[in-house]
Design a protein around this ligand. Structure first.
Ligand SMILES: Cc1ncc(COP(=O)(O)O)c(C=O)c1O
Length: 357
């Protein structure tokens, strides 16, 4: 793939004092177009600018759109680490298949990310918990109201310097268990990273916020009994201070890269990890008896977010003493250390982009 790079002034970058999450964007973006005759073509890195789309573009009507999210981290030596960008590219393709969209070549997608991050390296912040969030997107652009696969697409990548997903950083979050709404069913689109899943979650998120919670915990769509995941994270429970349990992938749950990494890392640190179904009753009983000692979310945005409190119907349940537990602390330190190059990476998960010296 040849990428046409627009020449832009190399202005110095002043990072905003308060980064937040996904509020500021860098000056360049990657774009590439698809049609049936030419396949993917016209790859460019150009100035970040508004998109111009026909009001009849099918993305606005049928919602044929996917996205993903990964991060670039500043290393102590000034270089930059990408974390498992190939896993995100493969998930982008899995989402594309589910939504009837064309796949991208994994190596080309990772090359586009690498080149864009290299050009925008001054935007990678260096503070604790910060990163450059990478947001690849694909939208259906054909002008048609027919309900069928679009014949034209736009693939683009934008970058945002971010603080940790939750403003308080590595502090416990409160989670609202959705009792009236469901996010996904098997055979639906729950496993794809497509905006409809998130749009359908917003009413429940408003209920969660009204109850003082930051995230929604979704139960399965059929029995409303089995724990699926939280709004932007997979979920895990710690039994007896050691064993980790995370819901098994059912097709309704996002296959998280952080989840997948922690499932491999945790046993190597002495925490056996199990993927299985876990019901909300088992969670509530385990918290009441003290057998479940910790709960935490896992996702690119927060990396690992300890859960301090659960709200389920009219009940409020504190997890342990409400503070981050030792397993969450250890895993968070190990994984963020590996991602940022502060600790060794025996798994070969990081890809270094040399920008210093
Ligand atoms: C619904 C949902 N589940 C889980 C995750 C965690 O996935 P990952 O660890 O790949 O970021 C995310 C975030 O991408 C998400 O949006």
């Amino acid at each position: 793939m040849h990428i046409d790079v627009e020449t832009l002034p190399d202005n110095p970058v002043t990072l905003p004092e308060t980064l937040g999450f996904g509020r500021h964007f860098t000056t360049r973006m990657f774009t590439r177009r698809y049609d049936r005759e030419r396949g993917w073509h016209d790859a460019r890195i150009e100035a970040y600018r508004p998109l111009t789309l026909d009001p009849a573009a099918t993305v606005y009507h049928n919602g044929q759109m996917i996205f993903d999210g990964t991060k670039a981290y500043r290393r102590p030596d000034g270089d930059i680490n990408l974390f498992r960008p190939d896993c995100n590219a493969e998930r982008f393709n899995a989402s594309a298949r589910r939504m009837g969209m064309p796949e991208v070549d994994v190596d080309e997608h990772v090359a586009a990310i690498t080149e864009l991050v290299r050009l925008e390296h001054r935007w990678v912040p260096g503070g604790d918990g910060t990163a450059l969030y990478i947001r690849p997107v694909m939208i259906a652009t054909e002008k048609t109201l027919e309900v069928r696969a679009s014949r034209e697409y736009l693939h683009y990548i934008i970058l945002s310097p971010v603080a940790p997903y939750f403003a308080a950083g590595f502090a416990p979050v409160a989670v609202y268990v959705a009792a009236d709404y469901v996010r996904a069913v098997r055979g639906g689109t729950g496993e794809a990273k497509t905006p409809g899943n998130y749009a359908g979650s917003i009413a429940a998120t408003e209920l969660a916020l009204a109850r003082g919670c930051q995230q929604v915990l979704w139960l399965d769509g059929v029995e409303r009994r089995w724990v699926d995941e939280v709004g932007a994270m997979n979920i895990a429970f710690v039994r007896n201070g050691r064993e980790i349990i995370t819901p098994v992938l059912t097709g309704a749950i996002l296959h998280g890269v952080t989840r997948r990494s922690l499932l491999q890392l945790a046993p190597d640190l002495g925490f056996p990890a199990q993927e299985r179904r876990i019901s909300i009753e088992e969670v509530l009983d385990g918290l009441a008896s003290g057998h479940i000692t910790e709960v935490f979310g896992m996702g690119t945005g927060a990396v690992l977010a300890p859960v301090g409190r659960l709200v389920y119907q009219d009940r409020e349940i504190t997890v342990g003493d409400g503070q981050p537990g030792p397993v969450a602390r250890r895993l968070h330190a190990e994984l963020t250390g590996l991602q940022t190059g502060r600790r060794p990476d025996p798994y070969g998960w990081t890809r270094r982009i040399a920008v210093s010296g």
